[in-house]
Ligand binder design. Structure first.
Ligand code: SF4
Length: 461
């Protein structure tokens, strides 16, 4: 079952899958060949390159089966909570109840990519007032209107306050369509005044104690609301158990990232690394399976490292990537141009850090919320990214802009300028549309030029 690491097309995966089955592949209840997702409408899979390991197969199957698994849970009596915007915190509270399952409708962001825009979600969003001047998150409104993707949630909660304009407008549009939303306040994180009581955050920054106390109260109010929906009290032992599981998941992901990003030769492709990171945000609606999938991926990476196996050439350029690409195929393109991922800020680093077990649960959760890079000054995000670029020894940086995204409008420029000012690492600032196909030639040229510049710099140092 073990073999040389390789990236396969969807068609190449089928014989590999058949071989694995003959060799006794054990799959979970959501397992099966990747082809079935393509046949069900995820046409973008036909354009991607996948890692050939059984562990990566499990990862893809977990991600692509989420809607079906949520529907199954709803049929079996669980309430489905659509948690919006905070990325990584609300789901922990929801999973402390045995009859709630949480997911992010925000992830509809990627539906038009996976469906190769055959889903009509952007047109539908446009009809409801969110045109192409908005970021791809507008697809979420279309997905609620046509009800053909995720199951319609039993309740919706949304972080409000330091939320970007695009998301605030999309969520408000949902409310205007009759969806009842529980709003909770995520304040814009500010630097504490000189003599102001402050709280240290897991990201190394600090927040005023008043903001910390406010978020903690908001999360308790949110927990009270979830108690009402669940029809049961929040049990402290269940909250402690899910926090422990969350930390196991996040530590496993951190180890995976550290092994992959620092290995002399890259043992796992960028696309699978990004999906692995997405699992930590809300456990892909199943914390147990998320832990299992990440453990399998880590074991596969360890096996490859022990056997000096790699999936990319040894001279691949070490690239730090900023923001998730609207078209996931862009990460394949990076590798085809000679790059490899050595670090990334996909806008959710606060969801990847373990919650401090020494903190009371709601204290730790409030600190996690306040660590969100997207609710603080762009300058702080730039400083963190620069620190990581230096720590991981990146040779080049891709600053990926998202079409229409209000958060990218000035932030991208600021981050790019900041990196250029403080390092001689080459930076490219590119917009990745929902489908890169019509722009592939020009994107390839820019990425090729970035790799060439990085290689020249490598020879000179
Ligand atoms: S990608 Fe940017 S603009 Fe779009 S919802 Fe996320 S933070 Fe907002």
């Amino acid at each position: 079952m073990n073999s040389q690491p390789k990236q396969l097309t969807l068609d190449q995966w089928q014989p590999r899958y058949d071989d694995l089955c003959r060799a006794g592949l054990q799959e979970r209840f959501y397992g099966g060949p990747l082809q079935r997702h393509f046949k069900a409408g995820d046409r973008r899979l036909g354009r991607l390159r996948f890692d050939n390991s059984p562990a990566a197969l499990g990862l893809w199957n977990l991600v692509l089966s989420e809607d079906d698994r949520l529907r199954l849970r709803q049929e079996h009596g669980s309430k489905i909570i659509g948690t919006m915007k905070d990325l990584g915190t609300t789901p922990i509270i929801a999973y402390a109840f045995d009859n709630l399952a949480a997911f992010y409708p925000d992830a509809a962001w990627w539906i038009p990519c996976f469906k190769q825009q055959q889903d009509g979600l952007f047109d539908l969003a446009d009809r409801y007032g969110l045109d192409a001047s908005f970021c791809p998150v507008r697809a979420m409104v279309g997905a609620f209107v046509n009800g053909r993707h995720f199951p319609l949630p039993d309740a919706l909660v949304c972080g409000l306050g330091a939320t970007c304009d695009d998301f605030a407008i999309a969520a408000a549009r949902l409310e205007s369509l009759g969806y009842d939303i529980f709003w909770w306040e995520m304040p814009h994180r500010r630097r504490p005044e000189n003599d102001e009581p402050a709280v240290p955050l897991p990201n190394g920054q600090t927040a005023p104690h008043t903001q910390f106390a406010q978020v903690r109260n908001e999360l308790k109010r949110l927990a009270d609301h979830l108690e009402t929906i669940a029809g049961q009290p929040l049990k402290q032992e269940r909250l402690a158990a899910i926090l422990q599981k969350t930390n196991r998941i996040r530590r496993c992901l951190q180890t995976l990232q550290s092994h992959v990003f620092t290995a002399p030769r890259c043992p796992l492709p960028a696309l699978e690394m990004m999906l692995a990171e997405m699992l930590a945000i809300h456990f892909c609606s199943d914390p147990d399976e998320t832990e299992r999938v990440l453990t399998d991926l880590l074991a596969e990476v360890c096996r490859r490292l022990q056997n000096n196996m790699a999936v990319l050439p040894a001279d691949a350029v070490r690239v730090y990537w900023v923001n998730p690409p609207a078209d996931v195929a862009a990460l394949n393109l990076l590798e085809q141009c000679g790059g490899r991922l050595c670090g990334a800020d996909f806008m959710s680093p606060h969801a990847l850090r373990p919650i401090d077990p020494c903190d009371a649960p709601f204290d730790g959760l409030a600190k996690a919320v306040l660590s969100d890079p997207m609710i603080g000054p762009a300058r702080q995000r730039a400083e963190t990214i620069l620190h990581q670029i230096k720590t991981v020894g990146a040779e080049a940086v891709v600053l990926c802009r998202i079409p229409g995204a209000s958060h990218c409008a000035t932030e991208g420029l600021l981050i790019a300028d900041f990196i250029r000012k403080h390092t001689d690492c080459p930076v490219v600032d590119i917009e990745i549309p929902t489908l890169i196909d019509p722009y592939e030639a020009s994107l390839r040229t820019r990425l090729d030029a970035l790799m060439e510049t990085a290689r020249i710099r490598r020879r000179q140092t």
